[in-house]
Design a protein around this ligand. Structure first.
Ligand code: Q0Z
Length: 287
């Protein structure tokens, strides 16, 4: 990294730097968060898996929705990006009923203003994907809002463009993943606007950290589904008796190895590229 690189901010597991007035550098660490807490033990190569997957999706969807990717660095964990004016709402697309969507549905029969059919079970596939925007609340937690509120916040035209982009991206990713045995239950997109006023996909896209990935094998609505990537770590944390407040527990080596293997498996199934080939030349995912 050049000396002029300015650190702009930290996410739970990522760092953001300014390269110049027009370009940012997004760096994915090997940190893992579970139950909303970053664990002290890294998962080797997790940041490379997420960066490679994002770059893979950016390359394959750029004809459908323009995105911020300028370059994938040789370290395999850093993306050079166009600087955008980010929309103040996150666009979540849900194809299955999980998490806060399931919770809201059990309480009200609705999710973010979408009235859903009666009788759905936890983890059921929805008749069609729904868009459920959210704002960053002061607590750092996301606050679900309805689409009308999102349209007021973003401007109607901008919101309409962002929601169509997000729906198209989700349908593409969900179908691609399903053919490779991974259910994308839901996913969060962060979109922005470029200098020409076009809506552009930013941040990371269709990664295990921005999505719920479930193994298609063993999928059974009516109960919570295991996470494709984090389930070993979650199970170990649950069994350890940890009270889920910071700091989290150190993970034992076998749990680290099992979790790393699941991330690599997600990468290889979705990209059909060996992770070894990615490490040798990250740009293979752009082809
Ligand atoms: C992304 C974030 C991270 C902390 C701002 N292309 C872009 N243009 C303008 N802003 C952003 C992007 Cl990606 C942007 N974030 C999220 C990422 C660390 C915060 F790695 N914030």
């Amino acid at each position: 990294m050049s000396e002029a690189t300015v650190h702009l901010g930290s996410g739970k597991v990522r760092e953001l730097y300014a390269l110049d007035d027009e370009r940012l550098l997004l760096v994915a660490s090997d940190r893992i968060s579970t139950f909303d807490v970053v664990l002290p033990t890294p998962i080797p190569d997790k940041g490379r898996v997420l960066t490679g997957l994002s770059a893979f999706w950016f390359a394959r969807t750029k004809g459908m929705v323009p995105n911020h990717l300028l370059a994938l660095r040789d370290d395999g964990r850093s993306l050079e990006c166009r600087r955008l004016e980010m929309l103040p709402v996150e666009i979540v697309v849900r194809g299955y009923l999980a998490g806060s969507g399931w919770k809201d549905y059990t309480a009200t029969g609705q999710v973010c203003g979408h009235t859903l059919p009666a009788g759905l079970r936890e983890a059921d596939r929805l008749p069609e994907p729904i868009v459920t925007p959210a704002t960053k609340a002061d607590t750092g937690h996301d606050l679900n809002i309805d689409e009308d509120e999102a349209a007021r916040i973003c401007g109607r035209q901008r919101y309409a463009a962002a929601r169509e982009a997000a729906l198209g991206l989700y349908r593409f990713g969900e179908e691609h993943a399903a053919r490779r045995g991974i259910i994308v239950a839901d996913t969060k997109f962060e979109l922005g606007v470029d200098q020409e006023g076009a809506v552009v996909l930013g941040d990371e896209a269709l990664t295990p950290d921005s999505s719920r990935f479930w193994p298609a094998t063993g999928y059974e609505p009516g109960r919570p589904q295991p996470s494709f990537d984090k389930q070993f770590a979650r199970d170990w944390c649950e069994a350890s008796g940890w009270d889920k407040t910071a700091p989290g527990p150190e993970l034992p080596a076998d749990v680290v190895a099992g979790t790393r293997a699941r991330y690599l498996e997600a990468f290889e199934r979705l990209t059909e590229i060996s992770f070894e080939d990615y490490l040798a030349e990250p740009e293979v995912v752009l082809g």
